[in-house]
Design a protein around this ligand. Structure first.
Ligand code: ZN
Ligand code: ZN
Ligand code: FE
Length: 755
């Protein structure tokens, strides 16, 4: 019987370079006895296979059914190829021309095979801190340019030794074309900068310093970290005071999953996330008897935990044999240090010593932070391990878009066709250094992804540095209202286009009417929105000062709630008696007391009334602590009826403040007050959406804005909406906070450009 012979050309697009795709194809084709070729080009991977029909079908099925773990196939197309009688399969050299559609992979945590290399007594990489392969290692943080080749990475300066070169060129090897491949003979090496014997092994010196309670600066993938033993209160307290970080929790690196389980309760979804190739910091419920110093996360029931993601971390944690605080290497709000000279200078006053190395970091990239909500990811910060993985848009953009993001937790976003690439976390765009990171980041992304933006989207806030920069650019500008961007971000996150009932609750954003919004009910799709309802505006006495001093919001709200006659026996009044009258007068008079409908400020007010805190040291602190205070067993809620207002409605937030204050005066425990307030806000979300459904028939709700990082609120609001028959969209790929705003802006600009 004659076997019919044919040949097929295959094109694979997505994340298919630097992830072991060609060796996979080579192995598959060779196993099936097919001839042909595979290669990389600017669009991804191209393949030609030739042989029996059945074998070719088998090949195509395995290609999509069982690709390498890190590959993300976005598109596969097949077509005919000439039958030339090829019987062997070859890997052909990369080409570099045309458009640069091949995608750069995010950084990937050390794989199991490389971990085994680290401990293999007979292997070449035993104890070598920079071991990596096609399946793992640095990517985004070391790429200077495309195509993704060693010469275009920060590994360019390291010449491969013959052994590494053999692995690199062997299609059957795990390190075939692994651009950062190296070993102790040819690759980067560790250096210890600090007191002690310079002849001694750097890693051993570092471990001893930590054991003795020192603070160590460690160079990681995307920047420097500061480390201190997590159980050592003196060391952690020293780190806190030297870093000028008063209360904001530190993350802890545990050596492995078992060590993490001794600190926190971990469910299967959290375990999956902790051990995923992205290795984010996962916010977990701390165990009551966890051996963690009080200063790690003061007064916090949650603990940010991450597992080692580089060989250096594995070696360090293995020798140390105890969890260590691992926090960004910076002073309070500055960006994380990532250049060596700069780090040595800036961190000199914080770290007792440095564990560093000579592989440069090209792009500063912070650790990502994720929570789990109902078994799915809820990103808080999307950066290392996720960026620059593209997010698909429901509709392709007619022209390339750059979205400039917001101000705090800044990211930007580039769109080409139906792909949105959200940048790494830039930080709070409030100073020259972060502004420079933003501008350089845009340049870098434009090169990497070969995008020349023709449309630039920006926030409406005239004072944001990102807005000012956008207005200077030579492109078509699209101003996007902040809360519309939040809702569009949630839509894009879910591959949806709307229209929906959008609930955008956050700290502050510039409203379409020039006032400060933040407790918004919108009827929105990607292109536009209408404001259907909002929290009733209240004055913010002292403007931005009221953000740092939640008791001022309590004063403004209580003055409204009690109609000017605030009971003097309230603790918050007593604690702030000296300045109370002046702040109330400021609130009444106006002037430096802009009106806001912000839900974040309402949380601040009630938190202050409940005695959580009068002043904060980091953004959202009062709300974070208020969430933790609440007793999850309490189911009842403060009543709050929506008030008709023209075509829409207003939410009388002062009624909630009054109910909370009355409860406290009657001796109701703060934990109960906190719970009743959270339940009331969930009820308001459901009531507002029901109003929108009556008017519009919309049955899908999108929840966005920083307030929805609150798991207690989400956990109450989502079931309530679902009970009432709504479909609820929440965030899974970008944060609900301002870190997700750039994606929303981009989706809006693309939709408007499409007409
Ligand atoms: Zn590996
Ligand atoms: Zn080598
Ligand atoms: Fe916001």
């Amino acid at each position: 019987m004659r076997v019919s012979r044919r040949a097929v050309a295959v094109r694979v697009e997505g994340i298919v370079q630097g992830v072991g795709f060609r060796p996979f194809v080579y192995g598959l084709a060779t196993r099936l006895g097919l001839g042909g070729l595979v290669g990389n080009d600017e669009r991804g991977v191209f393949i030609e296979v030739e042989g029996g029909s059945a074998r070719i079908e088998e090949f195509l099925a395995a290609l999509t059914g069982d690709p390498p773990p890190l590959a993300v196939i976005e598109r596969i197309s097949t077509g005919p190829a000439p039958v030339t009688g090829r019987s062997t399969f070859v890997i052909v050299p990369s080409t570099a021309r045309g458009d640069r559609r091949a995608l750069v992979s995010p950084d990937v945590a050390t794989c199991d095979a490389c971990l085994r290399d680290l401990t293999d007594p007979a292997g070449r990489r035993r104890g070598y801190a920079f071991t990596n392969c096609t399946c793992c290692g640095p990517r985004f943080t070391i790429v200077r340019d495309v195509p993704y080749d060693r010469a275009n990475t920060t590994m360019a300066g390291f010449r491969m030794c013959p052994d590494c070169a053999r692995e690199y060129h062997d299609p059957a090897d795990r390190r075939f074309h692994a651009q950062p491949v190296c070993c102790s003979a040819c690759g980067p090496s560790l250096r210890f900068v600090g007191p002690g014997d310079p002849e001694e092994d750097p890693l051993e010196r570092a471990v001893r310093l930590l054991r003795e309670g020192g603070v160590l600066a460690v160079k990681g993938l995307g920047g420097y970290h500061l480390a201190a033993p997590a159980a050592d209160e003196a060391a952690v307290a020293a780190l806190r005071s030297r870093k000028h970080r008063e209360d904001k929790p530190f993350a802890v690196m545990a050596g492995d999953l078992a060590a993490a389980r001794r600190l926190c309760a971990i469910d299967p979804a959290e375990e999956r996330l902790l051990t995923s190739p992205a290795r984010p910091v996962v916010l977990l419920r701390r165990l009551p008897d966890a051996a963690v110093a009080p200063s790690v996360a003061p007064g916090n029931r949650w603990l940010g935990v991450l597992l080692p993601y580089t060989p250096l971390h594995h070696l360090l944690l293995r020798s140390l044999a105890q969890p260590t605080v691992l926090t960004s290497g910076n002073v309070s709000d500055e960006p994380i240090a990532y250049r060596d000279e700069d780090a040595l200078e800036r961190l000199a006053g914080i770290a007792d010593a440095f564990l560093t190395h000579d592989r440069p970091i090209h792009i500063r990239t912070d650790d990502s932070v994720v929570r789990v909500f109902r078994g799915r990811d809820l990103p808080i910060r999307r950066s290392r391990g996720y960026v620059p993985h593209p997010l698909p848009l429901a509709r392709a953009a007619p022209r390339p878009v750059l979205a400039c993001g917001a101000e705090l937790k800044h990211t930007f976003c580039l769109v080409k066709d139906d792909r949105a690439i959200v940048s790494h976390h830039i930080g709070d765009l409030e100073n020259y250094e972060t502004l420079r990171s933003f501008i350089e980041g845009v340049e870098h992304f434009r090169r990497l992804f070969d995008v020349v933006p023709e449309v630039i989207a920006h926030d409406l806030h005239p004072e944001y540095l990102s807005t000012k920069w956008a207005l200077d650019q030579d492109a078509d500008l699209v101003g996007v209202q902040h809360h519309h961007a939040h809702i569009a971000s949630c839509l894009a996150d879910n591959g949806a286009a709307g229209p929906v009932a959008g609930v955008a609750f956050d700290g502050l954003g510039y409203g379409a009417d020039g006032t400060l919004w933040g407790g918004e009910f919108l009827v929105a799709d990607l292109a536009g929105f209408e404001r259907a309802g909002h929290l009733a505006p209240v004055p913010m006495p002292g403007g931005a000062t009221a953000i740092r001093q939640p008791w001022r919001m309590a004063a403004a709200y209580l003055d409204l709630a009690y109609d000017g006659d605030v009971p003097e026996d309230l603790d918050v009044v007593r604690r702030n008696a000296g300045r109370w009258a002046a702040v109330v007068a400021l609130a009444r008079r106006g002037g430096n007391a802009p009106l806001t409908s912000s839900m974040g400020r309402l949380f601040d007010a009630v938190a202050a009334v409940a005695g959580v805190r009068d002043t904060i040291t980091y953004e959202g602190q009062a709300a974070v602590e208020f969430e933790q205070l609440a007793d999850p067993e309490v189911d009842d809620a403060y009543p709050c009826d929506l008030v008709d207002e023209g075509p829409g409605f207003a939410v009388p937030g002062a009624e909630l403040v009054r109910a909370a204050a009355d409860d406290l005066r009657a001796g109701v425990p703060r934990e109960v007050v906190a719970a009743r307030f959270h339940n009331a806000v969930a009820g308001i979300v459901a009531a507002g959406c029901a109003r929108i459904r009556e008017a519009t028939g919309l049955t899908t709700v999108a929840l966005s804005g920083g307030v929805f990082q609150n798991l207690l609120l989400l956990g109450r609001a989502v079931p309530l909406l679902e009970e009432r028959g709504f479909t609820v969209l929440t965030h899974h790929r970008v944060p609900p906070n301002d870190g997700g705003v750039s994606l929303g802006q981009a989706a809006v600009a693309a939709a408007r450009d499409a007409g």
